[in-house]
Design a protein around this ligand. Sequence first.
Ligand code: FEO
Length: 404
Amino acid sequence: MPQFRPIQISDNVFWVGAIDWELANFHGYATERGSTYNAYLVLADKITLIDTVKKPFVREMMGRINSVVHPSRIDYIVSNHSEMDHTGALPEVLDIIQPERIFASGKGVETINAHFHNDMEIQSVKDGDTLDLGNMNLSFLDAKMVHWPDSMFTYLDRDRILFTNDAFGMHLATAERFDDEIDDWILHHEAKTYFANILWPFAPSVGKVLEKVGKFENPIDIIAPDHGPVWRTKVKWILDLYHEWVEHKTANKAVVVYDTMWQSTALMARAIGEGLLSGGMEIKLMPLSRCTRSSIAKEALDAKMLVIGSPNLNSNLFPTIADILTYLQGLKPRKHKIYGASFGSYGWSPAAAKKVEKMLEEMNVEIVADPLQIKYVPDDTALSKCFEYGSEIAVKALGINIDG
Ligand code: FEO
């Protein structure tokens, strides 16, 4: 009796991964809808497993494999990426399967050995290498820094599938395995959130790999990533979206991120938001009481402006603001142009908004106005000042854009 069922994704390939319905946090990335760890079994003369799963999911993956072939019949394992969500199960899987050979990129070999310290014999492959599986072939494409130094893609010629590891993936736990079985809004939302939180810092490397995929001489009917659905009807759609994100096409949108102690900074945020709107910007007000780091990163990805509000706490930033700025500093590529400003309420020592400004400058955000700081609770005059500030920074950012 099967325990976990495989899903056939093409003539010769089965999905044998795992669904993580519980995942809420992927190293700081809030995963609203869980995730999947996709692994694929290629039924060639030389039966090959492409990638594995996170360690706690080994029984689920082996259960699915068992429903297709006896694990001892697997000849090869290919590891496209060594991060633990794809290799955590590898040592146990090797004990069970005892494959003839394991393949990874040169950096993948190094990293897997640095993770597990058990002297696995892994054969390194490089860009353009081909692996003969008897009645079909795999070939390898270097995908360095998408998003680790070891990352690579693998192409199966017979079924025209590109296995892309993290690229084109999303954190989405569903029983459905294909793009056409999932609502378009969810696909777009989760793919964009994934790109912003995992791949945005490496946009130049992603661009190079997109170029390589564009010039690839073989047809690609299916993109099979290691998280989320398999792309079989929207291959062009997801490639086009990646081009857009890599090229950093921005909307006339300001993301206003703030936290508040006694509602003064929140009141300022709302008035600044009204001003931004009057100056021609769309706005997203994102209070940290409700918004996760990953949802903010998603909105920041195509924003023209980042406007950050922090109350003063002991002459310093509010800790939640330091947290989100640290997170965004790690994500935003320096070459991606974003305009910025900062604000906040203070009692006797106006330091926070200035510190925010410094952190924005460190991430190469172009500051369009001095920080706006209001003592204690904003009165009507102060709120009008906030409105004007919002309007002015919007016009300035849009004007700067128009003038080039
Ligand atoms: Fe899904 Fe970079 O691991």
